[in-house]
Design a protein around this ligand. Structure first.
Ligand SMILES: [Cu+2]
Length: 350
């Protein structure tokens, strides 16, 4: 008896803890707070399955309680054995038919939603973005627009945005929980999906496929802005001149150091595609540095000096000459000044 009490207490505590922790989800990083078409569809299916599961739970518990109370051994019934039932056709039909009906209730909307979400993926019309997953960052190429960027993906609100997805190294998985479900980014074949945001805002994205030691740090953002702001952002990005000289002396030194140390071998500024490292066109506007650090110059210097301590296994480690603290500082100044647009994660409500 004591043992049973201890177990039920533990189950109660764990259950309460799970309920409390369920409230810890960040806004804009939760499938339970849908802000896009795909996430709405998933949420509808979650609610439907919860209703079905609750119904099954209640029926099973009711039957259990009735059976336990009606057929238990009562006082004075020392040799009591309830009537043994075998091969009851009615019962067997009921417990076969009801689950089949429940499975149909779950399956029909699920299959319909799957086809619906797959329907317009990979369309030729509208905005198409080529998404490439890399260890441990995301590249976005706006097809036909001459716009390339990394980590922060801008989209217009209320529009279907088609994503054509691949990976450059290992399998990654693109996931923006508030907007839609997951999609694998594979090295060998292209997967397509679309996202659509109902409201302006900054939505957090995660890589959802274990892809190496820094998999959990492979964060990115989707920034949904009004269609007018989006057009403005595209224009601002198209007008970036990578050769443009920075305003102040430190940033000018930074630009020189950036070029002398062959940073351009891996990174690009402007619309030329980066081969190995992230495109840095609007680096000064990014919501995070390396996907995870607050966007301050100090954090950028730390990242440049020792990226391995921040994102283990990243490809920048060991791929460039030793920089002095002063060089790193001036490069950081130069990069933080790359702010080609007024449309930023901050203006979108980060
Ligand atoms: Cu990944």
């Amino acid at each position: 008896m004591k043992d049973w009490m201890g177990k039920s207490k533990a189950i109660f505590l764990l259950g309460s803890l799970a309920l409390i922790l369920a409230g810890c989800g960040k806004e804009n990083l939760s499938a339970l707070m849908p802000k896009g078409y795909g996430a709405d569809t998933s949420m509808d299916l979650i609610i439907l399955s919860l209703i079905v599961m609750t119904f099954v739970f209640i029926v099973v518990i009711l039957v259990l309680v009735i059976v336990l109370s009606r057929f238990r051994k009562k006082k004075g019934q020392e040799d009591y054995i309830p009537r043994q039932v075998e091969g009851n056709k009615t019962l067997e039909t009921v417990w076969t038919v009801i689950p089949i009906i429940l499975v149909i209730i779950l399956a029909v909307p699920t299959v319909a939603a799957t086809f619906d979400l797959a329907d317009d993926a990979g369309s030729e019309d509208g905005l198409n973005i080529e998404v490439t997953g890399n260890q441990y960052w995301w590249h976005f190429n706006y097809e036909g627009q001459e716009v390339q960027t990394s980590q922060d993906m801008y989209i217009p609100v209320g529009e279907k945005v088609h994503l054509n997805m691949m990976a450059s190294d290992v399998i990654h998985s693109f996931w923006v929980p508030s907007l839609t479900g997951k999609m694998d980014a594979n090295p060998e074949n292209e997967n397509t999906m679309y996202i659509e945001a109902h409201e302006e805002g900054v939505y957090w994205g995660k890589c959802a496929e274990l892809c190496g030691p820094s998999h959990s740090l492979m964060d990115f953002k989707v920034i949904a802005v009004s269609p007018e702001e989006f057009d403005q952002w595209v224009e601002d990005m198209q007008n970036v001149d990578p050769e443009e000289e920075p305003q102040d002396a430190v940033a000018q030194d930074g630009k020189e150091a950036f070029e002398e140390n062959s940073c351009m071998g891996c990174h690009a500024i402007g619309s030329s595609p980066a081969q190995v490292g992230p495109n840095l066109t609007a680096f000064g506007d990014r919501s995070k540095i390396a996907g995870i650090l607050e966007p301050t110059k100090e954090n950028l210097v730390d990242w440049i000096m020792d990226p391995e301590s921040i994102k283990p296994g990243n490809k920048m480690t060991g791929n460039y000459p030793d920089l002095s603290e002063e060089e790193a500082d001036s490069i950081a100044e130069y990069l933080m000044q790359l702010q080609p647009s007024e449309i930023t994660p901050e203006s979108a409500g980060n």
